[in-house]
Design a protein around this ligand. Structure first.
Ligand SMILES: C[S@@+](CC[C@H](N)C(=O)[O-])C[C@H]1O[C@@H](n2cnc3c(N)ncnc32)[C@H](O)[C@@H]1O
Length: 243
């Protein structure tokens, strides 16, 4: 067999191995037992994934002192490490439900030794103090990509509106008055939750920055107009009389 043929065959075998690996991983994710409280099962992320959004938040909060910022569903930490560029002096915390993701975050911390950065395994913000954060970023977390790709007519039993409402209700508790809640790529609308009345919409995304994920209503039914767009993604908690 010529050298060229051997190289071609090796190339085909390697591509085949990769394709099989991708199929195996996608089947494994689809059929693995769901972790209680988990929303998005996929951990795709990348550094500085939303520069337009981080830039907006930094400008909005720039003048506040002793900033504390939470990345909920931080995956392998890229989001938190990227936030440092936008919030140079802030305390940054990343939370993820998946212990393997947080192990990767800790490994990166050991290598890079960043200041004022912590990571924790958690499925909710129940362990966080009341009125303790200036901003909470929850990006591509309160969603399940399979609902869009499978053309689901209902979000349950995969996701429930009630669980979404509980999670964002607790984000509201954790935010300081005037704090920013940033929700991007969700299967439900923040405006449908009862806590939304404590917030003002302060940023609407350009449609080109919205993911194609579908939306479901309070009763977990696909929203009419199936591809209904919801552009509101940043919400500011109103100041109260006491604050
Ligand atoms: C697609 S990644 C998003 C990563 C990053 N926020 C971004 O936008 O690049 C979704 C992450 O949400 C995490 N996640 C899903 N449900 C969660 C929950 N209830 N609590 C904390 N993290 C959760 C997953 O483990 C995964 O790492």
């Amino acid at each position: 067999m010529s050298c060229l043929n051997r190289i071609t065959l090796r190339g085909i075998a390697s591509k085949g191995r990769h394709a099989l690996w991708d199929v195996w991983n996608s089947l494994r994710r689809r059929f693995r037992r769901r972790v209680p409280g988990e929303f998005q099962p996929y951990y795709f992320t990348r550094p500085d994934r939303y520069p337009w959004l981080f830039g907006f938040a930094a400008e909005r909060l720039g003048s506040r002192q002793n900033l504390r910022v939470l990345s909920f569903g931080c995956s392998r930490g890229d989001e938190v490490f990227s936030l440092r560029k936008y919030f140079p002096a802030a305390d940054l915390k990343g939370i993820d439900i998946n212990p393997r993701n947080i192990a990767r975050c800790h490994a990166r911390m050991r290598a890079e030794k960043p200041a004022n950065m912590t990571f924790e395994i958690a499925a909710t913000t129940k362990g966080e103090s009341t009125s303790s954060y200036d901003a909470i970023f929850c990006l591509a977390v309160l969603v399940n990509g399979d609902l869009s790709t499978s053309a689901a007519q209902r979000s349950d039993p995969v996701l429930y509106f009630d669980a979404f409402e509980q999670i964002v209700g607790d984000f509201a508790r954790c935010l300081k008055p005037g704090g920013l809640l940033v929700l991007h790529t969700t299967n439900f609308r923040f405006c449908d939750t009862s806590v939304a009345q404590e917030f003002d919409v302060v940023y609407k995304a350009d449609p080109k920055h919205l993911a194609p994920d579908v939306l479901f209503d309070r009763n977990n039914r696909l929203m009419s107009g199936e591809r209904e767009r919801y552009r509101a993604i940043a919400f500011q908690k109103r100041l109260t009389a006491e604050s």
